[in-house]
Design a protein around this ligand. Structure first.
Ligand SMILES: NC(=O)c1ccc[n+]([C@@H]2O[C@H](COP(=O)([O-])OP(=O)(O)OC[C@H]3O[C@@H](n4cnc5c(N)ncnc54)[C@H](OP(=O)(O)O)[C@@H]3O)[C@@H](O)[C@H]2O)c1
Length: 312
């Protein structure tokens, strides 16, 4: 299957490309501002918010399936640039879904647990969303645009961690970088989530495509925990001093974008549809460590490095 992955330079996109290649798919990846080099898949660089860019990308790549991960996914950046957030997170998904619908091409659109306000937690797909930030509002608008243009598409609400091209993108990498340098850091005790390892999430997304699922699903770990507890578990997995992580609250961090406290989601609809249990965050941490020992982060990061100019 020729699979188009938008946001292939991002945290989810790069791990998804890796997993799709392992599964024998042909991958075409779209990046935004970051070029990639020496990738075992084709790369197209395009600003998806530019006029006609989505249509041009479609024409150029002619995909047999598409997983749309590209987004402005930084909550603070969305508050600073609401117009870019609206165009990229809300409008681009609808345009891509319209093309996929016209051609009958299977599509997964990646959304977020942040569509909920986090007052209650344990949300199912039937619970009404209530976004708190520009990021969350624009992501919810994107979900709705996709569902309207292409009801057969899968809308996947996710939360994940993993190895990124920059080495700094995911929460796990942030904890790890501080732990490695012996720097004390704070972990939120009052924010709860259900993260999957990006590689596990990628495999579930590919499985959902193969099973021809449709509609809204929560792709999250069946077990959940606080961000503080996640940091402690990560430190223990890698053998670092976990006392460097101090308990703190999200309110103490002085962030601009409003964040929900309990963004735990139920994933039983996906479990039933796939017919097997989902990996947990604990499985994810074990695999995250195993990938590290096998040199995976260094391997994918080579794709983000400018090739050396040969000496003359
Ligand atoms: N990270 C999380 O914990 C999390 C949690 C819940 C949901 N999500 C959702 O998961 C998806 C993937 O998130 P992520 O963390 O992997 O994102 P990320 O690391 O921030 O990467 C974003 C990707 O989007 C691309 N992009 C940004 N602006 C673009 C533009 N104008 N045109 C084309 N491409 C553009 C970026 O390309 P360049 O870097 O090359 O510009 C990059 O490849 C998003 O839909 C996000 O909302 C993420």
């Amino acid at each position: 299957m020729r699979l188009l992955i938008t946001g292939v330079s991002g945290l989810l996109g790069v791990n998804l490309a890796w997993e799709a290649l392992q599964a024998g798919h042909q991958v075409v990846g779209a990046t935004g501002s970051r070029p990639l080099w020496g990738t075992p898949f084709a790369v197209v660089q395009t600003d998806l918010t530019a006029d006609g860019a989505v249509e041009a990308l479609w024409e150029q790549t002619r995909p047999e399936a598409v997983i749309h991960t590209a987004a402005l996914a930084n909550l603070e950046a969305c508050e600073q640039h609401p117009d870019i957030a609206r165009r990229l997170n809300a409008e681009v998904p609808g345009r891509l879904a319209a093309l996929a619908a016209q051609q009958g091409v299977p599509m997964i659109h990646i959304s977020t647990d942040a569509v909920f306000d986090g007052q209650r937690g344990n949300y199912s797909e039937d619970d009404p969303p209530h976004p708190l930030s520009t990021y969350a509002r624009t992501k919810l608008a994107g979900e709705r645009a996709v569902a309207e243009a292409y009801p057969q598409a899968i809308v996947a609400r996710v939360n994940f961690f993993g190895w990124s091209l920059s080495g700094k993108r995911s929460l796990a990498e942030w904890f790890l970088n501080n732990l490695q340098d012996g720097r004390p850091m704070r972990g939120f005790t009052n924010v709860f989530f259900c993260p999957l390892l990006a590689n596990h999430l990628a495999r579930l997304l590919l499985e959902a495509l193969a099973k021809d699922l449709h509609g809204l699903y929560h792709f999250t770990s069946p077990a959940c925990l606080s961000k503080f507890a996640f940091g402690i578990a990560l430190a223990k997995t890698f053998g670092y001093d976990h006392t460097l992580i101090r308990p703190s609250t999200v309110e103490e961090a002085g962030l601009t974008a409003r964040r929900g406290h309990n963004l735990t989601l139920r994933s039983d609809k996906l479990t039933a549809a796939l017919g097997h249990s989902l990996p947990t965050w604990e499985d994810g941490l074990a695999e995250f460590h195993s990938l590290y020992r096998r040199g995976y982060p260094a391997h994918i990061r080579r794709w983000a490095q400018t090739p050396r100019t040969p000496l003359r």
